[in-house]
Design a binder for this molecule. Sequence first.
Ligand SMILES: Cc1ncc(COP(=O)(O)O)c(C=O)c1O
Length: 414
Amino acid sequence: LEVWDSTIKKGLNLDMTRGKPASEQLDLIKPLLLDTSLAEDYRSEDNTDCRNYGNLDGLSELKRFFAQYLDVTPDNVLIGGNSSLSLMHDTMASLCLFGAANSDGKNHVPWNKDDSKKVKFLCPVPGYDRHFSLCEKFGIEMIPVPLKEDGPDLSIIKPLVATDATVKGIWCVPKYSNPTGIVYSADVIKELAAMPTAANDFRIFWDNAYQAHHLYDRKLTILDVLTECARAGNPDRVFIYGSTSKITFPGAGIAVMASSPNNLKWFKKLLFAQTIGPDKINQLRHIRFLKNMSNLEDLMNKHAAIMRPKFASFSNTVKAFLGPEFTGLFCSEPQGGYFINLTLGDNLSAQKIVSLANQCGLKLTPAGATHPYGKDPDDATIRIAPSMPVLADITKAARIVALCCVIAKRKLDV
Ligand SMILES: Cc1ncc(COP(=O)(O)O)c(C=O)c1O
């Protein structure tokens, strides 16, 4: 209790609710802001004047870059605006309002045609809160599915999708998943691509937000899901998303979508009604800054060098502080991405820990955010976002989380 009192007195004011890059990471991108070459040299490789309207689906040099980045071909790539989440939103809106693309060039029945509540989506848990908000917004019923070490639990998914035509899709963060950091295995990817579905307009939202966001030298790769879907006879099954939000600037980066030619044609019809052209000045600035895969790798290594000690400090401090008394507590050790996941066990309540931490001036992602409707049935998951605070504050935050676990476990009255 003495430690608790002194921690409260110190009055920390730390926000670890979201996975934002640290200011030191954003400094790495300064050359992009200092590049004034565009004032004179504003043409893309095909001589497009990037100051003007046009090029609905993006510059070809950027398409080539992202094709390599996502391990697909440039014909499968569409460059979006500043956010992959808004591409996901627009895809979902289109599926609900106009129906998915069909192989005959017409659309399937729109998902909200009869009763939008009837459409269901599989949501691997723990997962990303914004995916869940998106489903909720469109009135899509969410079915939680456990996320295992190699991907979502197929023994639950396969019978569900095979028999229920109202199950229209699944959210996947296949690499360095938010928040557990797991990476999908080749077998899981193949099965997701090939599994029979009762819905003939079943879609996988493949949110590959952390494709290049490795923390260590061992850089994990995943199978190309687009090829697997095509190979299995389901070429239109998957929409892939990515962005430079955690490569350059969140909110001022470039988003990308990759899919079959049929799906891209379908999406571009929506885009055509939505805008006369994207921000090609930002596209040009980005390709001149990012250049190629080898340059990107150097940049991501610099990001990793800043993030790595923070991840290590959080896990090591929590483990050292808690000791063997906490047999059920599991702190994930991701190889990449932006999050650490705490699974509590020991009958500890995540709600309680988050609220105790808040009393100490440490704001954590609300307990339950990792599950559909904000409801974690076990109340046992806490998402930790260690990227933004400075290293010294991460150590303090880890001590506070551990202290809150001790207070909760010993049922101390604070
Ligand atoms: C899995 C995942 N997808 C998407 C996003 C947001 O991406 P964007 O900034 O491109 O909208 C995040 C941000 O934390 C994320 O964790």
